[in-house]
Ligand binder design. Sequence first.
Ligand SMILES: [Zn+2]
Length: 445
Amino acid sequence: MRIIILAVCVLLVKSAYSKSKQYEKRYTIIKTNAQVFSDQVWSVTPSTEEELQFIANLINTPQYKLDSWKDPRTINREINFRVPFSEIPAVNQILQKRKLAYRVMIPDVQHLIDSQTASSGNRRAAVKATNIEDFDYSNYHPAEEVYEWIDFVARDYSFARKFEVGITTQGRTIYALRFANGVGTAPKKAIYVDALIHCREWITTATTMWTFKEMLTKPEYSTMWDDYDWYFIPMINIDGYVHTWTEDRLWRKTLSQTATRSCTGVDGNRNWNVSWGGEGSSERPCNFDYHGPFPYSEPEVRHLSYFIMENKDQIQVLLSVHSYSQLLLYPYNYDSDIHADNDVQLHNISKAVCEAMYKVHGKTYVYGRGAETLYVASGFTMDWAHQVANIPISYTYELRDTGEFGFLLPADQIIPNGQEFLAGLVVLVQEAQNPVASGYGPNEV
Ligand SMILES: [Zn+2]
């Protein structure tokens, strides 16, 4: 049956769990007799251009306050969006009237948020980390604990240095760690890893921190430091990250003031000066993919661009880590007709990396050119790094999952996701040193 009637779901009464007051500001939670009605995440797959446009318009209609989780860009590709509890009847009616089938992907958003933050809070109260080895990687950590982790690394590893990249809109410091092992040898090429430009993607910081801990503490990874220097920026959008812990778990953008008083923030992954303002980004400040008033308008992006440009001759590999969808994307995202000059190299590396990631826990990661594998979008870190900074091997990772939990990935998946990421990284380090083949590779999608 094409139309899935969801009245039953809408009326489902969710059990009450302890609710932190902080989320009530943003989420529409109605409590009656200890029962909680929560926002939901729905999934729709448009089969025609008209349906696609209809959903895109619906998501961008301010009245319904819908929050895109998987953007409406191409037909026959799933679109995920969060529906505030108060809008569920109205949006249900609109989709039914349009004869658009949808699936409730996450029936109780609030429950997932609460279980994440409660377990992290309880754990933190019981155990205080003193170094990166006793740091608790099976829970998420707020910004101040990530800062502590950075300090532990800089304190305990003589070949690690902490650098200030820049200051965020609200005055927080963005740090990079630089690892240069092997005193006395010529400077090596470097691999750069960053996380959390989209602040609701908590898994990106958690998984990359675990990965670097493994590399630092396990002898079997010692060669990773021999072949390359490394740069690691675990938190870019720190203002936004703090906001996701205190105000709105599902905030995506920066926290700068826009020209529209009621709408805050810019999409940091649309703000880079590469096809800036082009397809797949929005000029409307209230939209989730607002590209900002001008390129590098966001201090987080601007400072990061300076940092990368300063080190561009050394950086051979740039990995910008996001979630979710289980993808490994290479340039370009802004136009499907433009291929990187080392397209076949990017293809070969990503194929080997995704195969290695699959072997760990059987999770499939799809790889290919961004515009064809994901959708056309402009102003990406990855495209900028390749085209403007001339960093040859440039990727966007989309970590777990494929939609069961989306941005609210349970903390018990941090380490398994890290095991996949690390296995892929080991292969990437080997493959990146292979001679570059010329020509264009196929796209797997
Ligand atoms: Zn992202």
